[in-house]
Ligand binder design. Structure first.
Ligand code: ADP
Ligand code: ASP
Ligand code: MG
Length: 412
């Protein structure tokens, strides 16, 4: 029997009514004769609430217990979805991550899926179950502890199941009807894309476009999963959503495919560190060990053997970063004068595989931001993206300005 993976995000299972509508959508595919694996998120807002409870209880929390708490939202939705399907005379069974089992690394709060043995689900299908409803975002570590896959992780659960079960398609149902040139909530000019290349989506996701979790795109690319993003709020015939596919499947595309943003960034500057071999390793090694995701890095020109080192990280990791650098200073592995945290910045990026062969994208970007009087604090580039760190209050303006400057509302 052909297999299909259908993933429903938070707003698509926000209440019992929405779950019933999602179940109707699932039923249509059951009727088509598919064996279905449904991946569900927690009801919208639930995971945020659980994260807040953890933060209120413990500042620098133990990530194993964080996982025990925040994974629970998905358990509820999985059970309710299975019951809803049963009420519609569909044979459905719920699965928590450990029951499948979704085997992950032990990197709590940000674990990676290592393997999904298909045996248990296959046995249930063989026993007549039509729909397996799996709690997304969660797994089990080699030591048998519950893990979670990082925020937005149900997308990755979905793609990993699609790869493991060789599904015909992996459909991600969400609250927008596809992938746009930028977040349609920020720019009304945003245009829906029919297709987007894996590489472009990978960059957009890692630069903040939360419509898909980065690792889900990585996996889809590696295992060639047919990945589609579509709305759970529309009738099936209304929209085919956006297909994420290989570059070769796309005939025409703009030089810049899209604009992404990441609102909650912090810029950290270590003032006056000794400029000697090994200093970067001495700073970023401990940061990585304490779970800080460092993104942009800039080292200033050195004077009298000392320099300033600037890096960016998410605002909710500032405390961890400060603690880790203070410890490194106290133990004498690094020596700096001062650590300054600027928590009022945001990152805005333009992405496009056309940038490989077109010059001038950076110049257009900087000119457009200059035209609006937006100051650039840090710049990083790669083959297919340019990112800038700017003051957070200009973030929406910058997104709109860049969308206009690259004429993304128009098809190439
Ligand atoms: P779900 O709960 O279904 O997983 P998310 O909130 O994680 O949904 O992701 C969908 C949201 O992603 C949209 O509501 C939209 O605001 C945002 N988004 C950001 N960038 C884009 C983009 N380029 N195209 C579409 N949506 C985007
Ligand atoms: N519920 C989790 C989150 O909000 C996972 C997900 O929805 O993908 O991050
Ligand atoms: Mg999501």
């Amino acid at each position: 029997m052909p297999c299909l993976v259908m993933k429903f995000g938070g707003t698509s299972v926000a209440n019992l009514d929405r779950i019933r509508q999602a179940a109707e959508r699932i039923k249509l595919e059951v009727i088509q004769g598919y064996q279905i694996i449904v991946i569900v998120s927690a009801m919208s807002g639930k995971t945020n609430e659980l994260v807040e409870w953890v933060n209120e209880t413990s500042n620098l929390y133990d990530t194993q217990e964080y996982d025990a708490v925040v994974s629970s939202g998905e358990n509820i939705t999985a059970g309710i979805m299975a019951l809803t399907l049963q009420e519609m005379d569909i044979s459905a069974q719920s699965w928590q991550g450990w029951q499948v089992p979704v085997q992950t690394t032990d990197m709590h709060s940000n674990a990676r899926i290592e393997e999904i043995p298909t045996k248990n689900l296959e046995a249930s299908f063989a026993n007549g179950v039509q729909v397996a409803v799996v709690a997304g975002f969660q797994g089990v570590s080699p030591r048998g502890r519950i893990t979670t896959l990082g925020r937005g992780g149900s997308d990755t659960t979905a793609v990993a199941f699609a790869a493991a079960f060789k599904a015909e398609r992996c459909d991600i149902f969400t609250d927008v009807d596809g992938i746009y040139t930028t977040d349609p909530r920020i720019s009304t000019d945003a245009r829906k894309l029919e297709k987007i290349a894996f590489e472009e989506m990978l960059e957009l996701a890692s630069l903040g476009a939360k419509v898909l979790q980065t690792r889900s795109v990585e996996l889809a690319m590696r295992y060639n999963v047919r990945l589609r993003v579509l709305s759970s709020f529309e009738k099936p015939s209304d929209s085919a959503g956006t297909l994420v596919c290989a570059e070769e499947e796309i005939m025409e595309s703009n030089v810049v495919a899209g604009v992404a943003y990441s609102r909650d960034e912090a810029k950290m500057t270590l003032i006056s560190v000794a400029d000697r071999p090994g200093i970067a390793a001495a700073i970023f090694g401990p940061l990585s060990k304490s779970g800080v995701n460092v993104d942009m890095i800039v080292q200033n020109i050195s004077e009298d053997g000392r320099t300033d080192m600037t890096f960016s990280c998410p605002t909710d990791q500032v405390l961890r970063a400060e603690k880790s650098l203070q410890t490194a200073k106290d133990t004498g592995t690094i020596n700096y004068h001062n650590l300054v945290a600027d928590e009022s910045v945001a990152k805005v990026s333009v992405v496009g595989i056309g940038m490989r062969s077109h010059a001038g994208v950076a110049a257009t970007m900087f000119e457009a931001l200059h035209g609006e009087g937006i100051n650039i604090k840090v710049i990083t580039t790669s083959e297919i993206k340019i990112s800038v760190l700017i003051e957070r209050k200009y973030m929406e303006l910058a997104v709109q300005t860049l969308h206009d400057a690259f004429e993304l509302e128009k098809v190439a």
